[in-house]
Design a protein around this ligand. Sequence first.
Ligand code: ADP
Ligand code: MG
Length: 275
Amino acid sequence: MSTESNRILLKHHLEKLRLPTVRREWEAVAASSAKDGRDYGDFLFALTERELIEREQRAAGRRIKSAKFPVIKNLEDFDFGAQSSINETLVRQLAAGEYLEGRENVLLIGNSGTGKTHLASALGFIACAQGRRVRFWSATTLVTHMLEMREQRDLKRFFAQMGKHDLILLDELGYVPFSKAGAELLFEVISQAYERLSLIVTTNLPFEQWTEVMGSERLTGALLDRLTHRVHIIEANGESYRLKDARKRYGNTKREEGTAPGTPRRPPGSSASRE
Ligand code: ADP
Ligand code: MG
């Protein structure tokens, strides 16, 4: 560059224009362009492409952070061979993200340790990378949070926030029964999400037991009706991965029988997965 003052001004301009990658890399790209005899157009193209790629990566990073995943889980780390009850084709089809376009839901049902939370988080993570706004909630934490928001007369704000998302994950529904007010708020979430955004729910509960957690049969019926209208169901009924892992580590090869509950049944009238 011709003068040091221009160099300083350029740095300033790039800051003002919010082009941190260009600011950081223009000299290196300029040097390699000059060396390879590339023209100004190619130079500018290479530089702006880097800026765009990094900008997208930063945005995805922000979406992942604001999704508040308890642990980051990847689909690549999931061993489908270890859990043969899970429909791998369906999971991979969901990873393409089309269900989000159609505001369809995903329900992962099965006993503990079978990878439901892992798969839900992995799908959430992929959705963030695909430009979707995602939020992970443990079902109980969500209900507690909403009860507090209601106390502060702030539920409207909560639902407005919720409406900005493309995907909400509700993890471990069914481990703890809800109070009447809690169940009603959960119903409200599912109701508001219906046809507006996608839900991924993980649960250990076969459908016939949902009333025990929600309290009211009427509310459970209405909730399942909305949740399962357009739903993809992933059943995970194998052995706990944690248990298997621990057994492998401690060299105990004895099989434990009878740990898996019965296969969950679909509620009457619900549309099954499009598989
Ligand atoms: P669930 O939600 O069904 O109780 P998790 O998803 O929490 O089970 O799985 C328990 C642990 O085992 C997690 O650390 C998860 O990453 C791991 N895990 C479960 N299934 C698999 C699998 N098939 N391949 C790799 N890791 C698995
Ligand atoms: Mg779980």
